[in-house]
Design a protein around this ligand. Structure first.
Ligand code: AMP
Ligand code: MN
Ligand code: MN
Length: 348
């Protein structure tokens, strides 16, 4: 099998020059500058939360012509619709065509920006805020910190350097982002600095109980029934991933339609699957088109699923990654199995 990757191989965060360039790009904006914020397709809590939290910070700095958007249908997943800053959102087709500054959030590559990539190319300046080790550095200025638990960590640091005073509205988005990407402070990336940031955010007066209930613990009853069905057909393959084990399941458009559910409810499915003790790797395959699937991969630490996702055309982090798969479901599962059989193991 396999090379063994060192645990701490990710490159370090942004250099002082990058921070200085990012601060200048915002500070030196003319009064009539149009600023466009873009986060990744199928936005999650980190993508939306860091974008809207940062956007409200730009408002405080006096940026007037400001839009936030993401590729694809303009629908914000229900759990995030209440967040302060959603009023900044516009459908992708309404986004400035040639903004003065584009700022991207939580996107590791241009491919995560869908049709909005042309805005990036046309913008006078571009700034990328992210925390994926696989980030391709596609901005003119790149603030990428692979050690950051969420993109909102990078966003808050930039707001601090811009001299913006944190308030509860900004803190709400940044907190949603931080709790989403740390699995509510359960994942490996939950360092003392993460808790210190959370303390700062909570000290603004936001209510973590309310926020967690809205984001993580409120779903339609139909979603509960849908989960029952989809979890009922989960498959455990103990010999997969070189004996570390794989557990997987899938959900189709037909499953969603039968239970009258929107696609976003499936985002939480991976958490119910990955608790399987007998498998290091978990996988949820969600239909996203006629013969197209959004694949989520998680690892408990033995297997680098980011490398698996990259090999299959996607990206992500070592313990949480994904890709878009095409073709028949059984062939797709076969490709995942094959990639896992020779996957990179992470040193204990
Ligand atoms: P998800 O399973 O959708 O929650 O995504 C887990 C991680 O994988 C996130 O950090 C995503 O940025 C990354 N990811 C998911 N899908 C893709 C994709 N199609 N291409 C690149 N990265 C992805
Ligand atoms: Mn994300
Ligand atoms: Mn993230």
């Amino acid at each position: 099998m396999t090379e063994v990757a060192a645990v701490d191989e990710a490159p370090s965060g942004p250099a002082d020059d990058d921070w200085a360039a990012a601060v200048a790009a915002v500070r030196d904006l003319p009064a009539d500058a149009r600023v466009l914020l873009i986060c990744h397709v199928n936005p999650d809590g980190d993508a939306l939360g860091s974008m809207l939290g940062f956007g409200l910070g730009l408002r405080r700095l006096g940026v007037r012509d400001l839009q936030a958007t993401f590729p694809g249908p303009a629908e914000v997943p229900e759990p995030f619709r209440w967040m302060p800053g959603v009023e900044l959102l516009v459908p992708q087709d309404d986004a400035y065509l040639d903004p003065d500054l584009v700022i991207c959030f939580d996107a590791a590559s241009k491919s995560r920006l869908g049709d909005l990539v042309d805005r990036l190319d046309k913008a006078r300046a571009s700034l990328v805020l992210d925390h994926h080790a696989s980030n391709t550095g596609f901005g003119r200025i790149n603030l990428v910190d692979p050690h950051a638990a969420a993109t909102s960590v990078v966003a808050l640091e930039l707001l601090d350097r811009l001299g913006v005073t944190l308030d509860a509205e900004m803190a709400t988005g940044l907190y949603v982002a931080l709790t989403t990407d740390t699995g509510s402070f359960r994942f490996e990336a939950t360092t003392p600095a993460v808790h210190e940031m959370a303390a700062r955010l909570v000290a603004t007066g936001i209510r973590p109980g309310d926020i967690s209930r809205r984001v993580f613990d409120t779903r339609p009853f139909g979603a509960v029934r849908l989960f029952g069905e989809v979890l009922g057909r989960a498959t455990l393959e103990p010999a997969a991933a070189a004996g570390h084990g794989l557990v997987w399941t899938y959900a189709t458009h037909d499953d969603l339609a039968r239970h009258e559910q929107p696609a976003y409810v499936l985002e939480a499915l991976i958490d119910s699957v990955r608790c399987t003790e007998e498998a290091d790797v978990s996988c949820v395959i969600k239909q996203s088109g006629e013969a197209e699937w959004a694949v989520s991969l998680r690892s408990k630490g033995a297997v680098d699923v980011s490398a698996v996702a990259v090999a299959l055309g996607g990206g992500g982090h070592r313990f949480a990654a994904g890709f878009t798969g095409r073709g028949a479901l059984d062939e797709l599962v076969g490709r995942i199995r094959a990639e896992l059989a020779t996957a990179t193991l992470i040193a204990p």
